[in-house]
Design a protein around this ligand. Structure first.
Ligand code: SAM
Length: 266
């Protein structure tokens, strides 16, 4: 790993230095034959090991000062394709012909959620994603009904991907150490989303309204969207809070709303 570089806060640079954690992440790629895109290679903690797998590795790094360091260290690998680019605006259409592609990255906290949302706009070319994120975000992405972290992010992402928490990682695994724990999550796009493409916008908006005020009941948060009878006719108890409603419950509420709009007079 390239050591001669001081971390920059504005790029969210917390470099992984715990070899056991690095090995655990890399083990998810054992015998993999799909090309890999690494977001934010940094000083190459994961890059060095990913290159050994031997499949094409495209690495997107925003910090231009890291580019010559990474080039010097890893340019002897024929499978290394390093690009100085912002993953939030990078045009992924230029790599889609390599699909299915695996994504991996230890992501800065301000990049993680917008990047995941951007990738979810078209996941057809993605085989799977392994991301190191702030623990709080990992918990929200993988939360199920009843978890304190369950909310809009959990439902919108789980509609499209199976989510599995793989590791919880302490601040000591990085230099400099972040203030909070991190975690590694696996996001595997579903063959079919749970909600049809036509109903997705309705589902996303309904979930947003349902969690608008976490302590309020569904009856209150969905006022003006679905009435009490429509909620209970969907098999959902209107007096519950959104955090108590399963994915299936939200899918049934979405269907009720779509049906109601379809039959409403113009
Ligand atoms: N992968 C390295 C590791 O694990 O040690 C570095 C991880 S560090 C948390 C995040 C890396 O992402 C940094 O190298 C940073 O410069 C880069 N980065 C930050 N924002 C980015 C963006 N929008 N697009 C691409 N890379 C970005």
């Amino acid at each position: 790993m390239a050591q001669q570089y001081r971390a920059r806060k504005r790029f969210g640079q917390n470099f992984l230095v715990d070899h056991q954690i690095i090995s655990q992440i890399i083990s998810c790629f054992a015998n993999s034959t799909n090309p890999i895109i690494e977001i934010g290679p940094g000083r190459g903690a994961l890059t060095a090991e990913l290159l050994k797998i031997g499949v094409p590795l495209i690495a997107l790094e925003l910090d231009r000062d890291l580019i010559p360091i990474l080039q010097r260290e890893y340019q002897q690998h024929d499978n290394f394709d390093l690009r100085q680019a912002d993953a939030l605006t990078f045009d992924f259409t230029c790599v889609k012909h390599l699909a299915p592609i695996r994504l991996v990255g230890n992501l800065p906290y301000n990049v993680a959620t917008p990047l995941i949302f951007r990738l979810l706009e078209d996941i057809s070319w993605i085989s799977d994603m392994h991301f190191m994120l702030q623990w709080e975000v990992v918990a929200r992405l993988s939360a199920r009904r009843g978890d304190s972290h369950y909310g809009q992010l959990s439902l919108v992402v789980q509609n499209l991907c199976e989510t599995t928490t793989l590791l919880e990682v302490p601040p000591t695994a990085f230099t400099p150490s972040p203030k909070v724990n991190s975690g590694v999550i696996h996001l595997k796009p579903r063959a079919q989303p749970l909600v049809s493409v036509e109903q997705r916008a309705v589902f996303n908006a309904l979930v947003k309204s349902a969690f608008a005020q976490r302590r309020k009941t569904l009856r209150n948060n969905l006022k003006g969207i679905l009435d009490e009878k429509q909620i209970s006719d969907s098999g959902v108890e209107p007096g519950l809070r959104a955090e108590a409603i399963s994915m299936d419950g939200f899918i049934r509420l979405t269907q009720t709303l779509v049906d109601a709009r379809g039959s409403a007079p113009d």
